[in-house]
Design a protein around this ligand. Sequence first.
Ligand SMILES: *Cc1c(COP(=O)(O)O)cnc(C)c1O
Length: 385
Amino acid sequence: MALTHPLQWFELSCAALRKNVDAIARLAGRDRQVAVCVKANAYGHGLSEIVALLCDCKRVDYVTVHSLDEAIACRNAGWQKRLMLLGPVATRQIALLSELDVEPLIFDRETLAAVGKLSDKIKRPIRTHLKLETGTGRQGISTRELPTFAALYKKYRYLRRPYGAAMHFANIEDTTSHEYAEEQLRRFQQMLAKLEKLGIKPQIRHTASSAALILFDKTRLELVRPGLAMYGHWPSKETYLSYRMEGGKNDLFHSVLSWKTRITQLKQLPGDSFIGYGCTYKTNSATKIAILPIGYADGYPRSLSNQGHVLIHGKRASVRGRICMNLTIVDVSEIKRVRLGDEVTIIGTDGNEKITAEMLADWGGTINYEILARLSPLVVRKVVF
Ligand SMILES: *Cc1c(COP(=O)(O)O)cnc(C)c1O
């Protein structure tokens, strides 16, 4: 049988994405702005495909990105609404902020001064969001630095004040106890009060990533900033548990991405044969194996060697031996009538069986975010409607 093209692809469900956006919009409520995150190539889904779909979602006001390169990709994909830059920007690229109409998060003086000078030069305001450090120990300015930043904002005639004030939670996904998050919110409010005394009052405040949006009304403020939930995934088991304990529905989100491939070789190995690099697997008895044209270069983690499973004809087949750069070997001895070219599900549903990004994360000792974010940008994306 001839192999059909492509040999591997990601399927993106437009319906699932729409449902997730609707769920996010419902959680956000009518009066809040919705900013969805498309960093890391839209969490591995494919930035241009996801952004093109988001263009039709009325309820999405912003997309947020990590880098200016991603911001450019969003504009190229047709995104005309607001764009927020979460990460740093190189000083020599600062003019791109106004050219692309991108709103940066501000967390260092140099960037703020460069943005101020740019706004003076173009004689127009540039919207910025001031990132406050409330206990994540990452990007953000401390209470001590508030006067300096307030003075800088006032120095530039067109800048005057930040449009938004932002913070990010450190410990909201990994726990069912939310004391630390509450403490961060308190610090945020204190810093905002101090800023106000310094004559700076941002128009909007935002803190809520997916877990905060799902669990905490208090964090939603004027704009919500989820990422992972839009792709149909829960930030963690703890988030899911906390939500369910509060009586939430279990079908809030629907996974957008499935990963499929085809069997490109089948063979019978006798007992006592080794499989793969390092000879880490030895067959007990005669074994039928299928070779799949995917590997760690595509984002199938090498830590799933001798750990992972895939679905063929609705049944699980176990990964045997080490996962290679571009190939993976699975055991199909127990699956009937397997043929060359048969479809294989790496992530997704086949019959009554399902393999999720969360299972891959469990088997490989990581989190669903990392599994998704590392999916290769080179694999073909098929949008299904
Ligand atoms: C990635 C990111 C988000 C989205 O987080 P999720 O957990 O994916 O919802 C929100 N805010 C900031 C600052 C981020 O870096």
